[in-house]
Design a protein around this ligand. Structure first.
Ligand code: HEC
Ligand code: HEC
Length: 281
């Protein structure tokens, strides 16, 4: 079943899951598992800053690496209001701007390239409806060269197979949610998705101090002892089985809106991942 989103964007408010429009799909994704706003919307300890949705903010500040997530509202001067739909989709999936320049990390291009054509179009449709905000964001500074491209051009990406919860979950976790981009250790600055997928141990500094991503594989270092409810509470509420609050920058403010069927698929996939030990620190 497709998640039902209660917004009435068309003349008629239908209450049938099948009738979900592209825009409804885009809004649901942005407010839940995709959570572009976790990087692109200024965050406060109380969650996303009101009136500033997708208006940009600094996201990383380390020696030789100062990344700003740009303003991606439709403002024509300081946002992406002059970009075509196609240009926005290429920026998301290939990390290339309309002028041909390469967009840098930590935007997770290594996984967004697997986003389906329909979901990329849905997110783009939603971006068009965000209130434009005038907010000039500085350029990022990278103390290392960016590659000429993040991979071959993305052609057609079909819809995921949602009849199989594990395959559906794999798409939600690896492509849409970029969960494994945070939950895999860095090797030469990039998440090791090939050998240590989900093993955790990535150190993420920020205003919250130093967060270390958890092992989310079924290994005993990871989620082996967790019930389905424990996993859902960690993702959607940011609370551990012992009741302790979890640290940012995981996107709890957005993940609380993940639909029950998507959460079930996410858990099915996490349980089916190859178990990996946590990296030795
Ligand atoms: C982990 C943080 C992160 C996430 C998640 C993220 N982005 Fe980004 N994004 C960035 C950063 C950082 C840049 C700028 C990098 C640079 O300066 O080269 C960027 C750049 C962009 C740009 C280029 C804008 C410009 O003016 O150059 C677009 C468009 C964009 N992101 C859209 C999205 C969308 C849509 C999503 C969700 C599907 C998303 N981003 C998710 C961090 C993120
Ligand atoms: C921006 C980085 C980031 C993203 C994206 C992210 N996480 Fe996390 N996650 C973390 C960090 C950091 C922790 C540890 C928090 C702490 O220790 O307080 C964590 C903790 C967890 C835990 C708790 C594990 C435990 O040992 O208690 C689970 C489960 C989890 N994440 C699953 C997910 C899933 C599923 C997604 C995608 C929908 C996701 N995460 C996306 C950074 C991230």
């Amino acid at each position: 079943m497709k998640p039902f989103f209660a917004a009435c964007v068309l003349v008629v408010c239908t209450h049938s899951a099948q009738a979900e429009t592209l825009l409804e799909r885009g809004r649901y994704l942005m407010e839940s598992v995709v959570a572009c706003g976790n990087c692109h919307t200024p965050q406060t300890p109380q969650g996303p800053k009101p009136g500033m949705e997708l208006a940009g903010q600094p996201v990383m500040d380390e020696p030789g690496f100062k990344a700003f997530a740009p303003n991606i509202t439709p403002d024509k001067e300081t946002g992406i209001g002059t970009w075509s739909d196609e240009q926005i989709i290429v920026a998301i999936r290939e990390g290339k701007r309309p002028d041909g320049s390469i967009i840098g990390p930590p935007m997770p291009f290594e996984v967004y390239r697997y986003m389906s054509d329909r979901d990329a179009a849905a997110i783009t449709a939603y971006l068009r409806t965000v209130p434009p905000v005038k907010n000039k964001i500085p350029a990022s500074v990278y103390g290392f060269p960016l590659p000429p491209a993040w991979g071959p051009p993305v052609k057609k990406v079909a819809e995921p197979d949602t009849s199989d919860p594990i395959k559906h979950g794999e798409y939600l976790v690896n492509a849409l949610g970029h969960c494994t981009a945070c939950h895999s250790p860095l090797v030469k600055g990039a998440p090791d998705l090939e050998h240590q997928l989900g093993a955790g141990g990535q150190k993420i500094p920020g205003p919250w101090g130093m967060a270390v991503s958890a092992n989310i594989t079924p290994h005993k270092d990871g989620l082996a002892g967790y019930s389905d409810e424990d996993i859902a509470n960690a993702i959607a509420k940011g609370v551990r089985p012992d009741g302790a609050r979890m640290s940012p920058p995981m996107a709890y403010w957005y993940y609380k809106n993940i639909s029950a069927s998507d959460m079930k698929a996410i858990i099915a996939y996490l349980r089916a991942m190859p178990p990996k030990p946590s990296p030795k620190s």
